[in-house]
Design a protein around this ligand. Sequence first.
Ligand SMILES: [Zn+2]
Length: 142
Amino acid sequence: MNKRSAYRKRIVKEPPTLDLFKPVGTSMRTAQKVILTLDELEALRFADYRQLEHLEASQKMNISRPTFTRLISKARHKLAQLLLEGCVLKIEGGNIEFRSTVHECQDCGETVKQSIEAPLKDCQECGSSNTENLADKHLDSD
Ligand SMILES: [Zn+2]
């Protein structure tokens, strides 16, 4: 029973456009790295950015309320750790599925949000066909 729910994918609205943060003056080689998973970021987005109740947030992510509470607690601990210890923050991983995605132009940096099934299109800003689906990047890393 617990095993099955542990494998149930957590719903995340869309991949983040920024997934690496480094404190000024630290070195990527020597700084301690903190990994924030995509479901932990989504928990922060709901509870602390949009300020939803935990029950509503847990329903949106398709997890139980106690699971949500554990998730947000872990995420907040990691943020406190990186602020106090000056860690590099990398956002990756987690047992998740996206509802929509972001296509980022590799030439001009323009981003477009669209549903996860929609095909990759040329950049609306500069016309380049060199666009990346940010969801693929995160789903590949699992
Ligand atoms: Zn472009």
